[in-house]
Design a protein around this ligand. Structure first.
Ligand SMILES: [Zn+2]
Length: 140
């Protein structure tokens, strides 16, 4: 488990993809997951509030695919988990039935409350949660 590596040097550390720049990390174990540059949309919602759609996410493991009825239609999705601490992070769109939803295929939604933003040392503005355009809800 990841928490073990804190104060434990490099012992038992599992390999993680490191990210440069403004990154989002797992709230529980601090593993880097994706970059702010990879955000496609901040207007998704999950049961616990805001969620973001990302182009690309690393350090995750993908669960079994299943058909899920969502606000925008039926999608084939898979839950995704932090590869380090195992917490549920969100879901990945494997396939969409609706042509208009095809852009989501292969993309990953991370629930905002499960991740933290790492500004990479840069001070200043916070883009997060300033986008009030919550047009898209994805409750499952
Ligand atoms: Zn984690």
């Amino acid at each position: 488990m990841c928490r073990k590596r804190v104060g434990n040097g490099e012992m038992g550390r599992i390999f993680l993809v490191e990210l440069e720049g403004r990154a989002y990390r797992c709230r529980f174990c601090d593993s880097p997951l994706t970059l702010a540059d990879h955000v496609l949309s901040r207007s998704f919602n999950c049961r616990r509030g805001r969620a973001y759609l990302f182009e690309n996410v690393v350090n995750i493991s993908v669960g079994p695919e299943e058909e899920r009825q969502m606000m925008s239609g039926v999608h084939t999705v898979a839950d995704i988990f932090c590869c380090c601490c195992g917490q549920l992070l969100g879901w990945k769109y494997m396939a969409a039935r609706d042509k208009n939803q095809k852009y989501k295929e292969g993309k990953v939604v991370l629930e905002r409350w499960r991740i933290i933003e790492d500004t990479g040392g840069a001070e200043g503005y916070d883009l997060l949660d300033t986008d009030q355009n919550s047009s898209e809800a994805e409750f499952s």
